[in-house]
Structures are given as structure tokens and as C-alpha cells.
Write a protein that binds this ligand. Structure first.
Ligand code: GAR
Length: 200
């Protein structure tokens, strides 16, 4: 059984998908902790409802980004699970944290990387006019949304879509693909070969 810690900043629907999948026995892993930078995150309520311990590192209570990041690293080291999942965690992890947990941090991103990295990926896709978008689960490296890709799923961009309608269509796939990637990780079926991911 693998131990998983989730980092989330807001609504936490991807976190909920992992809670539900773990509960259903979909992967051999247990969610050991939620870490959040936002004391108002709805993800906190989801954790409490599921009996999952929460660490709140209120970003605004720190004197600056460096102090917050030092505290986050400390929290992550104290927790030390097999896997960290960024599920709507809206900050970039500093290199020191990425280097501390090589191959142990996954992120879900609401676009088909390497297209539309960073914030507002769904809005970027609508504005660019692509006909297909989707979501990506990848390992976190020191760039922004540049790490080795584990799984991707496509969704069509429909005529008349705006950021919200496209985001909602992508989100359905996010919940599935994130649980699937966590399953592959927990089952030891992921191998990193350079920047490519092989799934057995
Ligand atoms: C999700 O769409 C996730 O992919 C995205 O934020 C949303 C969080 O929703 N993450 C990013 O954009 C990261 N750059 P949730 O809180 O309901 O899971």
C-alpha cells in the first residue's frame, strides 16, 4: 500500500476523485494527508469529511515566498509519503522541493501539454482556437508544466465553448486520468527513461 499526500489550493474536485478512488480500492494506495496553501480551500472540507489530516500553510501568513516554501518543504519532508499529487495546487514548486522528491511528484494540468502551460490553460485553448484539448498527468520537474508525461486524454473543443464550458468537459476526464495515473504509480508500472515515461 503506497502513501499519498495531496496538495490542493481550492475546490478540490480532483482531490475528491482520488478520495473516492482510494475508497473504492481502485489503486493500492491511501491518502495520508492534504496540504494546502489556502485556509479557505473547499478541499479542506472534503479532507475532513473523509477523515484525512490537513496541513494548512496559509501563504499570506508568511513574511514572503521563501519563508512559505521553506515551511512547505519541511511539511513535505515530515510527511514523506511515497507520492505527492498536485491536484489544483496553484503555485509553482521551487527547485529545492522538486529536487528533494525526484520522481515522486505528479501534477494534473488541464491542457494537452506542451500546449498551454501555466495558468488559465482552458482559456488559452479557447482563445487560440484549437479544436481538441484535454488534460495531462505528468511528473513535476523544475520547469512549469514541462515534466515527463504519464497520461493524456483528449476532449473536443465545441463551437461556442467558453473557458467554463471547456473546463467542465476537461474536468470529467481529469478525474478519471488522475486516478488512473495514481494507480499506475502505486502498482509500480511507471518507468522513467530520460524524459519519457514507459508504462508496463
Ligand atoms: C483543475 O482543472 C486542475 O487541472 C487545474 O485547476 C483545477 C483545479 O480543480 N490545475 C491547474 O491549472 C494547475 N496549473 P479542482 O480544485 O476542482 O481539482
Amino acid at each position: 500500500m503506497k502513501e499519498i499526500a495531496v496538495l490542493a489550493s481550492g475546490r478540490g474536485s480532483n482531490f475528491q476523485a482520488l478520495i473516492d478512488a482510494a475508497r473504492a480500492g481502485y489503486f493500492p494506495g491511501a491518502i495520508a494527508r492534504l496540504i494546502t496553501d489556502n485556509p479557505d480551500a473547499y478541499a479542506i472540507r472534503r479532507a475532513k469529511d473523509a477523515g484525512i489530516p490537513v496541513s494548512v500553510l496559509d501563504f499570506s501568513s508568511f513574511p514572503g515566498r521563501m519563508a512559505y516554501e521553506a515551511a512547505l518543504l519541511g511539511e513535505m519532508e515530515a510527511c514523506d509519503p511515497d507520492l505527492f499529487v498536485l491536484a489544483g495546487y496553484m503555485r509553482i514548486l521551487p527547485s529545492a522541493i522538486v529536487r528533494a522528491f525526484p520522481g515522486r511528484i505528479l501534477n494534473i494540468h488541464p491542457a494537452l501539454l506542451p500546449s498551454f502551460p501555466g495558468l488559465h490553460a482552458q482559456r488559452q485553448a479557447v482563445e487560440y482556437g484549437v479544436k481538441v484539448s484535454g488534460c495531462t498527468v505528468h511528473f513535476v520537474d523544475e520547469g512549469t508544466d514541462t515534466g515527463p508525461i504519464i497520461l493524456q486524454r483528449c476532449v473536443p473543443v465545441e463551437e461556442g465553448d467558453d473557458e467554463e464550458t471547456l473546463a467542465a468537459r476537461i474536468l470529467v476526464e481529469e478525474h478519471r486520468v488522475l486516478a488512473e495515473a495514481v494507480r499506475l504509480f502505486c502498482e509500480g508500472r511507471i518507468r522513467l527513461v530520460g524524459r519519457r515515461v514507459e508504462v508496463r
